[in-house]
Design a protein around this ligand. Structure first.
Ligand SMILES: NC(=O)c1ccc[n+]([C@@H]2O[C@H](COP(=O)([O-])OP(=O)(O)OC[C@H]3O[C@@H](n4cnc5c(N)ncnc54)[C@H](O)[C@@H]3O)[C@@H](O)[C@H]2O)c1
Ligand SMILES: O=C(O)C[C@H](O)C(=O)O
Length: 339
């Protein structure tokens, strides 16, 4: 059982990096999950416990973490697990952390947009990032809490105020959009999903999610109607889950999977594995917007290179122009919240 679970986590690795999983030679890395007792937090904690690149796993939430930590800690994999609960223990959870993953905050219910979560989640993210600035200012931060289009600018402003902002270490996690685009494309194109690659750029809400199916591989002869339908389904993927869960939250399991892939990529980058590329929402100059999701090369210092958009189809060019006003206003809302 253990080896098959570990094998399945290893399949998250790119072929070039699979060899780097020799457990004896990998550096010690502490990962902290903030919101670890939640719908995403629990399965994400499980997946991080299965990741051999992690040596210390700190699970923090406002409640419920002793149980989650005790449960996860019994798994016979590399990392030591500790649970932390409440403000008093937040510092300990963060101290010495290399990667902090933040799925803390409320999820959507049917009929809500991600921006409807701003009023509650902005404050949660602000206070958690204030603690990160104090206790682990050099950590890589993986922001999952919605609205990501605004919570990442909030984090940046908090870090700037604290004088520790490093734009190379702040990431909005948009991996679930890529995971969805790959799955939907493979289904429509009838190709092996394990071989599919699709960049998804822009942001993480509705039309700001822009999958670039013109760059999808393996190539397939899809009609314009197919591409439009795939684009719409990727943009509405979160809503599809929210509606199916009918009031019981949003994507948790697929998000935990996506969050684990992205954290694994950050750890590989930190460990010096070459050519680790994932899409992420980062500080960017590839458009006029200060934050933008695109392919990013990860390295020892976090972002090594923000990669360009590549050639776009006319439909994607149109989508890019359409998303800019919404993304711009979400970014400004986040910045304004901290100022
Ligand atoms: N980036 C993405 O692609 C993506 C995907 C899915 C969900 N999300 C977002 O992730 C967030 C969490 O979703 P969920 O389904 O896990 O929600 P959830 O309600 O199941 O869990 C959230 C957890 O956060 C905890 N929490 C609240 N305030 C906290 C604080 N100050 N410090 C630490 N923990 C705190 C709660 O106690 C809870 O355990 C939501 O904002 C959701 O919209 C993002
Ligand atoms: O849709 C949501 O509210 C959660 C998340 O952003 C998602 O894409 O599943």
């Amino acid at each position: 059982m253990r080896s098959s679970l570990l094998r399945s986590v290893k399949t998250l690795a790119r072929p070039t990096t699979a060899r780097a999983y020799s457990v004896d030679s990998v550096p010690s890395r502490k990962v902290t999950v903030l919101g670890a007792a939640g719908g995403i937090g629990q399965p994400l904690s499980l997946l991080m416990k299965l990741n051999p690149l992690v040596s210390q796993l700190a699970l923090y939430d406002i409640g419920g973490t002793p149980g989650v930590a005790a449960d996860v800690s019994h798994i016979n994999s590399r990392s030591e697990v500790a649970g932390y609960m409440g403000d008093d223990q937040l510092g300990q959870a963060l101290e010495g952390s290399d990667v902090v993953i933040i799925p803390a905050g409320v999820p959507r219910k049917p009929g809500m947009t991600r921006d409807d979560l701003f009023n509650i989640n902005a404050g949660i993210v602000k206070s958690l990032c204030t603690a990160i600035a104090k206790y682990c200012p050099h950590a890589i931060v993986n922001m999952i809490s919605n609205p990501v289009n605004s919570t990442v600018p909030i984090a940046a402003e908090v870090f700037k105020k604290a004088g520790i902002y490093n734009e190379k270490k702040l990431f909005g996690v948009t991996t679930l959009d890529v995971v969805r685009a790959k799955t939907f494309y493979a289904g429509k194109a009838n190709v092996n999903v394990a071989e599919v690659n699709v960049p998804v750029v822009g942001g993480h809400a509705g039309v700001t999610i822009l999958p670039l199916f013109s760059q999808a591989t393996p190539k397939a002869n899809l009609s314009q109607d197919d591409i439009h339908a795939l684009t719409k389904r990727t943009q509405d993927g979160g809503t599809e889950v929210v509606e199916a869960k009918a009031g019981k939250g949003s994507a948790t399991l697929s998000m935990a999977y996506a969050g684990a892939i992205f954290a694994d990529a950050c750890l590989k980058g930190l460990n010096g594995v070459p050519d680790v590329v994932e899409c992420s929402y980062v500080q960017s100059t590839i458009t006029e917007l200060p934050f933008f999701a695109s392919k990013v090369r990860l390295g020892k210092n976090g972002v090594e290179e923000v990669l360009g958009l590549g050639p776009l189809s006319d439909y994607e060019k149109e989508g890019l122009e359409k998303l800019k006003p919404e993304l711009k206003s979400s970014i400004e809302k986040g910045i304004e919240f901290v100022k």
